[in-house]
Design a protein around this ligand. Structure first.
Ligand SMILES: Cc1cc2nc3c(=O)[nH]c(=O)nc-3n(C[C@H](O)[C@H](O)[C@H](O)COP(=O)(O)OP(=O)(O)OC[C@H]3O[C@@H](n4cnc5c(N)ncnc54)[C@H](O)[C@@H]3O)c2cc1C
Length: 368
């Protein structure tokens, strides 16, 4: 064993890195989480809206991953509360997706059918039924579909709880330190370079969100994982306007446990730029007011932007081809908060038993 050697290094202390560290720690595998920021979860995992939706419309096995992760949330919330005293504010608020015209209705009813075939509930509502559930909805909606199982969490609290839970079990953190390179011996990765210092490990997990592509490029694996900017507007109404998450006109409105409402989110491929723009904010405010005219009277609180990790074929989970000790866990794009529990579990299983409980082959890193 060299000086400065650990079993597992996890690069990235977002929700994905912290979920992996937590699951490994529960299997008595201690890891070192390295993050360039001085606190965990300050990037996409902080910026996200925290919606847990299971009606992803892409092809299996991606929805299977979403369902499995959603199913882990209730017990995880109880466990984290008991171990860390942090309430991640898991609320099964359901999503009410509103439609304004026949084309939108057809799309949403198709989604409802697919979701019912996968064993979830979905209820098509007339406009009157939707207004009874949410009286603030615009009188111009033509109807809605209710997805009652959808939920939400307060993502910054989730990351903090996962990190705290992991730390209590022996995980260590090296924060405020970017990984800038890898040390290879005979083709095998043996260390990472952090502030000019080498940290040696048996296994390396790259969970660096939209920066993961830059790190794997250093390992001669040119798979694009790019930032997809999302802007959010936080507002407040008194009394709170909605019970359900409302979805429509390309945006969502999330009623948070603290009474505030999130309007989100844009999807922009503009590089590593986290500026909130008037255009982005205007799009969400205009759509929000079309969904619920009373929102025009709400108090503006804050706006922000974050960078989702986008990979063309969806989440990439598994050993980096050509390396038997480097694992990639990134590319969760719009669903990283939803997918954190299952990602943590599967990567921990991969590293401890070699047999993840769901097949990871469809999510293998590949340059094609
Ligand atoms: C506006 C917005 C809304 C969203 N809404 C939702 C939602 O409702 N539901 C949902 O499920 N998902 C949502 N998402 C997506 C979700 O937030 C992401 O998929 C998820 O947070 C990705 O987690 P991550 O840990 O991979 O990345 P990140 O949280 O970005 O973490 C990566 C970490 O790696 C660190 N890092 C990077 N490079 C290095 C390096 N060289 N050395 C050391 N550390 C490094 C970074 O500092 C960062 O802390 C949303 C995202 C945004 C931006």
């Amino acid at each position: 064993m060299r000086e400065n050697q650990v079993d597992v290094v996890i690069i990235g202390g977002g929700v994905i890195g912290c979920a992996i560290a937590y699951n490994l720690a529960k299997q008595q595998v201690n890891s070192l989480v390295i993050d360039k920021a001085t606190r965990v979860g300050t990037e996409a995992s902080w910026a996200g809206a925290g919606i847990l939706t299971s009606h992803a419309s892409t092809h299996e096995p991606y929805p299977e991953l979403c369902r499995a992760s959603l199913a882990l949330y209730p017990s995880l919330a109880v466990e984290l509360r008991a171990e860390t005293q942090i309430d991640i504010e898991l609320i099964q608020s359901g999503t009410l997706s509103v439609f304004f015209n026949p084309a939108e209705a057809a799309g949403l009813i198709g989604l409802a059918d697919r979701r019912v075939k996968r064993g979830f509930a979905a209820e098509v509502l007339t406009a009157e039924e939707a207004w009874r559930l949410e009286p603030a909805l615009s009188k111009t909606i033509a109807g809605a579909v209710l997805f009652p199982e959808d939920a939400q969490v307060r993502n910054p609290k989730l990351v903090t709880a996962l990190a705290k839970g992991a730390a209590q079990l022996g995980t260590t953190f090296k924060l405020g330190n970017p990984v800038t390179g890898f040390i290879r011996e005979n083709g095998k990765v043996v260390g990472t370079v952090v502030n000019g210092e080498t940290v040696y490990a048996d296994t390396f997990v790259i969970a660096a969100g939209c920066w993961a592509g830059n790190l794997i490029a250093m390992l001669d694996f040119p798979m694009p994982i790019v930032p997809a900017k999302g802007q959010i507007v936080l507002i407040e109404t008194m009394p709170p306007l909605f019970q359900h998450t409302i979805d429509g006109l390309g945006i969502y409105v999330v009623p948070r446990a603290d009474g505030k409402l999130l309007l989100g989110a844009t999807v922009e491929f503009v590089g590593y730029d986290k500026t909130a723009t008037l255009d982005g904010v205007k799009q969400m405010i205009d759509a929000g007011i079309s969904i619920a005219p009373a929102l025009a009277q709400s108090t503006f609180v804050q706006t922000w932007a974050g960078l989702r990790p986008y990979a063309k074929k969806g989440p990439v989970l598994g050993y980096l081809p050509g390396y038997d000790n480097v694992v990639l866990a990134s590319g969760h794009f719009k669903n990283g908060i939803l997918l954190a529990p299952i990602t943590g579990q599967l990567i921990a299983e991969l590293l401890t038993t070699g047999e993840p409980s769901l097949a990871l082959e469809p999510f293998q890193p590949s340059v094609a």
